[in-house]
Design a protein around this ligand. Structure first.
Ligand code: MEV
Length: 438
């Protein structure tokens, strides 16, 4: 039910009051309130209430494990939080396949993050860059109170650069600031620094005696980090010799399999509509690790998809190579992940996830997440070019369909047995359950 009543002062209400107010919009308010409350946490509700705003309950998602990921010769049982069935199974299957074939290799290529002050200034770019040497110490001085702790941990501001954007918008310039944020994702750190730096810039233009009007006017439009970090990059890859694919599918030789696999990757490069789905399969794995470890999966997605079209066309994030009978499959992706600060230390299960991974630093977590992303994509492409995706997916989805029909334990077991040899679809399962019941 929708309502046409405004809920004035909603944020000031208690949680109980909020629940009561919104429950007026549903058919059975008491039942609604009871169900919502049944998901409140007995001891730790305050933590969840403080993470976001206007909370009325908690939204549970399954927390699964993809075991036995061999990454750079270490074994990880990787925590994954995701709502989609068969993603954890796909990651686990891939981990198992590659375990006996050398596992996943991974390396962090770079860890630079950036943010920008966007401003409008009626002057010449050459005049602007002349002042960088004068401005830099002021930028550093005014951000000292923020950067001090980060510097102790080995990070801080690493560079400043003016960028001429007047070819895009009249009088539009950027101050591009680079950061190293070590083990934190660093969003708050970067944004706080940028806002201080923007003030220094604005004041400098107003007071600089070298400038006349209109050069004295600088309009700061905004100061914000960039979620596109092409220089915060990780690469994971797997490789093995062709004979390893002999038994991949009973209808395909190893060469046929590799030929189809290569074509699948080329198609993802040729056609963005397939590229998007191909890359979505990568994010199935990466997002699930990001959520489990309290990382910002929206930032991760924005970053990856922007990188996927950096050359003007949306492409696959993975790369296929086949040389001298060696299959090599790799994923190169910008990934910003943190293992300290933010939700990683607030959410009790994010802390537990990191503990399960041996409390990795941010670089290690980047390597783990990228490897899981590659694993999920490998599984997906492998299924697509052999049995098709629905075979495995619907097997996993069967339990969801059975739950939808609120089956008894007896019905569940009978149906699972039946669908070992029958095609699963929502309709076929529904019809089967109806038949069982009648
Ligand atoms: C489903 O969540 C992901 C896939 O569609 C990925 C792909 O098609 O490569 C299976």
């Amino acid at each position: 039910m929708v309502t046409n009543k405004i809920a004035a002062g909603f944020s000031k209400l208690t949680k109980e009051e909020k629940l009561k107010l919104v429950s007026r919009n549903v058919r059975k308010p008491e039942e609604f309130i009871m169900e919502m409350k049944s998901f409140w946490h007995k001891e730790k509700q305050k933590i969840f209430d403080d993470i976001s705003e206007n909370t009325i309950s908690n939204y549970w998602l399954p927390f699964g494990i993809a075991p036995n990921f061999l990454i750079n010769n270490n074994i990880y049982h990787v925590p994954m939080v995701i709502e989609e069935s068969s993603v954890v199974a796909a990651a686990s299957g891939s981990a198992k396949f590659w375990f006996s074939r050398g596992g996943f290799n991974s390396r962090v290529i770079s860890t630079k993050k950036t943010g920008k002050v966007h401003f409008i200034w009626e002057g010449k770019f050459n005049n602007l860059i002349r002042y960088m040497d004068k401005l830099k110490p002021a930028f550093r001085e005014k951000t000292r109170h923020i950067t001090r702790n980060m510097e102790k941990r080995g990070g801080g501001i690493t560079d400043f650069e003016f960028v001429d954007m007047t070819h895009e918008i009249d009088n539009y310039y950027q101050l591009n600031v680079s950061f190293e944020t070590v083990d934190s994702m660093g969003a708050n750190f970067i944004n706080s620094c940028l806002e201080e730096i923007a003030l220094v810039l604005r004041d400098f233009f107003c007071s600089c005696q070298d400038f006349e009007l209109p050069e004295r006017n600088c309009s700061i439009i905004m100061a914000i980090l960039s979620n596109y970090t092409p220089d915060c990059l990780v690469e994971s890859w797997v490789e093995c010799e062709i004979g390893q694919f002999n038994k991949m599918d009973k209808n395909l030789t190893a060469h046929d399999f590799i030929w189809k696999f290569e074509n699948a990757v080329q198609i993802a490069n040729a056609d963005p509509s397939r590229g998007a789905t191909h890359n979505k399969g990568i994010f199935n794995g990466i997002d699930a690790v990001a959520i489990a470890t309290g990382n910002d999966f929206r930032a991760i997605e924005a970053n990856g998809h922007t990188y996927a079209c950096m050359n003007g066309k949306y492409k696959s994030l993975t790369e296929f190579k086949f040389d001298k009978d060696i299959f090599r499959y790799s994923l190169k992706i910008p990934l910003v992940m943190g293992t300290v600060g933010g939700l990683t230390s607030l959410h009790p299960l994010a802390r537990r996830s990191l503990e399960l991974l041996g409390n990795p630093d941010a670089r290690k977590l980047m390597q783990i997440a990228a490897s899981v992303g590659l694993a999920n994509n490998f599984s997906a492409v492998k299924s697509l070019v052999t049995k098709g995706i629905q075979f495995g997916h619907m097997k996993m989805h069967l339990l969801n369909i059975l739950n939808y029909h609120q089956v008894s334990e007896n019905e569940r077991q009978t149906a699972i047995e039946h669908f070992k040899t029958h095609k699963i679809s929502f309709n076929s399962v529904s019809e089967y359950i109806n038949r069982l019941r009648s």
